[in-house]
Design a protein around this ligand. Structure first.
Ligand code: ATP
Length: 251
């Protein structure tokens, strides 16, 4: 493994890159997962590798929606599990909301490794395991066209960090509130989800955990007010403004 100096300007980013490369070598991630991570790195770079005030606003709304939900579920792909397993488990415990494994390139071996990683990080119950039943999601074809009957399929609110555009659209069409975390404010996922947190999962999920502690003291009425006040398109525009502001500062 490469020794990265903590003085390197991309230090944190390079540590995450190494983590991803290792997970690929161990067979948890598919090769395309690394490409998706690279797209994320590029957007994080132009966001200044920090959480914007608009992302904080979206985090607050997302957590409020999860606390108000009757059946909230956290849908997890390989990248998110590798980067944030412990925080995902903590969030799942606090809301509470079950974790469902949803892999684009689903193989029994990869599912097993994901389950192992989540369990090692403290998860007690994981949906979407090797022999679990999956139900079709109307309007979708291909590897991610199914969802667990006790998880995403019956959920009213789904947190799906790093979703793909078609699936996000299909879940929204089923009447679910879809909360996504995506560094690209222009992706189809970001544009079609109900609540888009434009931030890196490694920063956003710990912030969601902090927010749960604060918002758990709020009444349903107060949480509903937060959700109703939120305008996703407006929030995405603010994220785009953060990007151009970051560039202007560097001029
Ligand atoms: P869409 O189908 O929504 O248009 P896409 O095809 O552009 O998405 P993919 O390549 O499927 O995107 O997935 C990568 C997405 O995940 C990108 O939008 C990228 O910015 C985002 N991403 C990658 N790593 C992270 C991360 N650590 N945190 C948040 N978002 C990330």
């Amino acid at each position: 493994m490469l020794k990265i100096s903590s003085k390197h300007p991309r230090y944190k980013s390079l540590l995450l890159r190494e983590k991803m490369a290792k997970a690929y070598q161990e067979g948890i991630l598919a090769d395309t997962a690394l490409i998706a991570h690279g797209r994320g790195e590029a957007f994080d770079y132009i966001l200044g590798e920090k959480t914007s005030p608009s992302a904080i606003e979206a985090i607050r709304c997302g957590v409020s929606a999860m606390l108000l939900a009757e059946n909230p579920v956290i849908s997890v792909n390989g990248n998110t599990a590798v980067l944030s397993a412990e925080h995902l488990v903590e969030l799942s415990r606090l809301i509470p909301a079950p974790i469902e494994i949803n892999l684009f390139y689903r193989t029994p071996q990869r599912v097993e490794k994901m389950e192992e990683l989540l369990k090692k990080s403290g998860a007690t119950k994981v949906l979407g395991r090797k022999n679990d039943d999956y139900l079709p999601i109307p309007g979708l074809e291909g590897p991610r066209s199914r969802a667990h009957p006790d998880g995403v399929h019956q959920a009213d609110v789904v947190l799906v960090p790093l979703e793909d555009g078609d699936r996000a659209q299909a879940l929204v069409s089923l009447g679910k509130k879809v909360i996504t975390i995506d560094l690209n404010p222009l992706s189809r996922t970001a544009q079609t989800s109900s609540i888009t947190i434009v931030d890196n999962v490694v920063r956003a999920i710990p912030l969601m955990i902090q927010e749960v502690a604060k918002l758990k003291k709020y009444s349903k009425k107060q949480l509903t007010r937060i959700v109703n006040k939120f305008d996703n398109s407006e929030n995405i525009s603010k994220s785009l403004n953060s990007i151009s502001h970051h560039f202007k500062q560097d001029e």
